[in-house]
Ligand binder design. Structure first.
Ligand code: IPE
Ligand code: IPE
Ligand code: MG
Length: 241
């Protein structure tokens, strides 16, 4: 173990990118449009970036689409977001040639039945696609996720299927929505806000963060290239030297 090099220079592509798709409302406001128009344009940006990440050979992309806190918004806006999600799910269900595997992170229970059914259908239908895994964080909250994991672990202890000695970080992570996936190497937040807003708090313990002054609906592959360029200059030490 002596002298083992643990510094990782980020000269390779991230295995997992997380994006907090923020700034849709401000994009619409700047144009004097209703907020939902910003979400509509944001959904287009998402599709373009997902394809671009696949074409670059990035194995995992996680996008924050709707948080557990976003239920505080007016019903009209929530309904518009859910309608956009319906159209997206309908479209991906019909077109299978994209080779994108879609997973959902979050509690889908409180969603309307048809959205939930479509989400599960899309996840099932795309499960063998190999181009990229796109996680859609939907009704996702990091604290809710960690609390859910703690409850499931307590349940397993109670059932006798898990013992206290078996609980370590790896075991804990296997109870999260991202079980079996690598942690995000890079988290990008457009819109100028510099906070996590409850996005992947466990998984982002050692992520590199890039905050960008572009509103999500204006985000293009060129912005992703800029972020990747910046990422390559970072030296990741993971606590080593
Ligand atoms: C992000 O854009 C999309 C969701 C949270 C669903 P916002 O709607 O938060 O846009 P801003 O932050 O108000 O500009
Ligand atoms: C985070 O954005 C959630 C999503 C992008 C889905 P918000 O706009 O909800 O975050 P805050 O409220 O500015 O922290
Ligand atoms: Mg916002």
């Amino acid at each position: 173990m002596a002298d083992q090099k643990i510094t990782e220079h980020t000269d390779q592509l991230p295995a997992h990118i997380g994006i907090i798709m923020d700034g849709n409302g401000r994009w619409a406001k700047q144009r004097g449009l209703p907020r939902q128009m910003g979400h509509k344009q944001g959904a287009k940006a998402f599709q373009e970036i997902a394809r671009y990440c696949r074409d670059l050979g990035i194995p995992y992309l996680t996008v924050y689409a709707f948080s557990t806190e976003n239920w505080k918004r007016p019903k009209e806006e929530i309904d518009a977001i859910m309608d956009l999600l319906r159209s997206y799910l309908r479209e991906v269900y019909r077109h299978t040639e994209e080779n994108i595997r879609i997973c959902f992170l979050g509690n889908l229970e409180p969603l309307e039945q048809d959205v939930r059914d479509m989400a599960l259908d899309v996840a099932q239908k795309s499960k063998d696609n190999t181009g990229i895994t796109v996680n859609i964080a939907l009704n996702y909250g990091g604290r809710a996720e960690i609390t859910m994991a703690a409850k499931k672990i307590a349940q397993a202890i109670g059932d006798g299927t898990l013992s206290l000695d078996e609980i370590d970080e790896e075991c804990f992570a296997s109870y999260l929505y991202t079980a079996g996936q690598p942690d995000p190497d890079l988290i990008i937040r457009p819109s100028g806000e510099m906070r996590l807003s409850n996005f992947l708090p466990w998984q982002s313990a050692y992520s590199e963060f890039i905050f960008m002054n572009v509103l999500w609906p204006d985000f293009t592959p060129n912005h992703l290239d800029q972020a990747l360029k910046e990422y390559r200059t970072r030296s990741r030490r993971f606590g080593g030297i």
